[in-house]
Write a protein that binds this ligand. Structure first.
Ligand code: PLP
Length: 387
């Protein structure tokens, strides 16, 4: 059977050239980058090379890049680290209702410790209004954390505007760029960002490695104490193969990002049009234009997304309903709920995220089989249209 992977927002396959770049660091150059001997120093060079490549990709300085275990750790470090370092100034954070759980659960945890959190509403396309950010700032606000692009609906937030407001008011600004890193151009200066999280496995790199960009001079405590690696900001022996892989990932992304954006945007728009025109009672979730080039999220009314997903899987199509990270749970997506989507549509969300291997034939195949599957699932659905 033909197998089509349309869940690139959940994770991506590791690109063979990335695997190749990682291999020497498992066996030949296996040293600890903190060791002073030449075997260790050779490993250190790989870490520092990757740091330079990544810094230049973000228009940052190499010493502003901290290697972490991925997006979740970067989000936790940014938020908890700033809050504890800024205790004297205040204890208020502004975030949005549609952040990834790595941000939302961290905020919930801090709320229990007495930190005040403002969860900003979004409009029906998932956009945060920068004026809402401005209005929410108080003299106790220490951090604003708004994601660059949403992992479920692909909406791209007005980060540069929000960052400018944060800086006008002397507040630090963090963005979770896990879904946009390497897919959209990022310049930390033009975007007025002080902290930025990214992860390798969403960009054809290995799982378990990522970065946190921290602008020079930013006050942030470390919560990984130990050997003092990463200038004391994140202890633990470096994941050298992973870091070398992440460096290669960024190098490759830089080469193809522009062309791939044009190709994916065209495939994305064909798929969206095909679904909305071909199947009744469907709506597009997220912003029609300000969205990730690879993200399609539609709600198919009067249907259970889980049943649809399993039927698509039987036809060789792998995709997601709601957020992939929570797709084992049956509660409706917090992101779709925040956009105000009605009960009849919220359960039938389908997220199809395209990638480097996605072809026009894949899109045609999905558009060919989807209407029949929807008819079948609707005929047994418990969510019925009211008459
Ligand atoms: N932030 C966003 C927006 C994500 O989409 C994800 C993963 O799905 C994460 C954070 C967590 O990243 P990681 O899997 O590298 O911990």
């Amino acid at each position: 059977m033909k197998r089509i992977y349309l869940d690139h927002a959940a994770t991506t396959p590791v690109e063979p050239r990335v695997v190749e770049a990682m291999l020497p660091y498992f066996h030949e150059v296996f040293g600890n980058p903190s060791s002073l001997h030449s075997i260790g120093q050779e490993a250190r060079r790989a870490v520092e090379n990757a740091r330079e490549v990544i810094a230049s990709f973000l228009a940052a300085k190499p010493e502003e890049i901290i290697f972490t275990s991925g997006g979740t750790e970067s989000d936790n470090t940014a938020i908890k680290g700033v809050v504890s370092a800024m205790e004297e100034k205040g204890n208020h954070i502004i975030t949005s209702a549609i952040e990834h759980h790595a941000v939302l659960e961290t905020c919930k945890y801090l709320e229990k410790q007495g930190v005040h959190i403002t969860y900003l509403k979004v409009d029906k396309t998932g956009l945060v209004d920068p004026d809402d950010v401005r209005r929410a700032i108080t003299d106790k606000t220490v951090l604003i954390s708004i994601m660059h692009a949403n992992n479920e609906i692909g909406t791209i937030e007005p980060i540069a505007d929000i960052g400018a407001i944060a800086h006008e008011r002397g507040v630090l600004f963090h963005t979770d760029a896990v879904q946009s890193f390497g897919h959209l151009p990022i310049n930390v200066n033009e975007m007025n960002v002080d902290l930025l999280s990214a992860s390798a496995h969403k960009l054809y790199g290995p799982k378990g490695v990522g970065i946190l960009y921290v602008r020079e001079g930013t006050r942030m405590f470390s919560f990984m104490h130990g050997g003092g690696q990463e200038r004391g900001r994140r202890a633990s022996t470096h994941n050298v193969p992973g870091i070398a892989g992440l460096g290669k990932v960024v190098e490759l992304a830089g080469e193809i990002m522009e062309k791939e954006t044009i190709r994916l945007t065209s495939l994305r728009d064909k798929m969206i049009k095909g679904i909305l025109d071909g199947i009744g009672d469907t709506v597009l979730n997220g912003h029609p234009v300000k969205r990730l080039p690879n993200n399609i999220n539609v709600s198919i009314g009067y249907i259970e997304g889980e049943t649809l997903l399993l039927n698509l899987d039987r036809m060789g199509i792998a995709c997601a309903t709601g957020s992939a990270c929570t797709s084992s749970a049956v509660e409706p997506s917090h992101v779709l709920a925040a956009t105000g989507l009605s009960h009849d549509f919220i359960h039938g969300s389908l997220r199809l995220t395209l990638g480097r291997s996605t072809s026009q034939e894949d899109i045609d195949y999905v558009l060919e089989v989807l209407p029949g599957i929807v008819d079948k699932v609707r005929s047994v659905s418990t969510i019925k249209r009211s008459v």
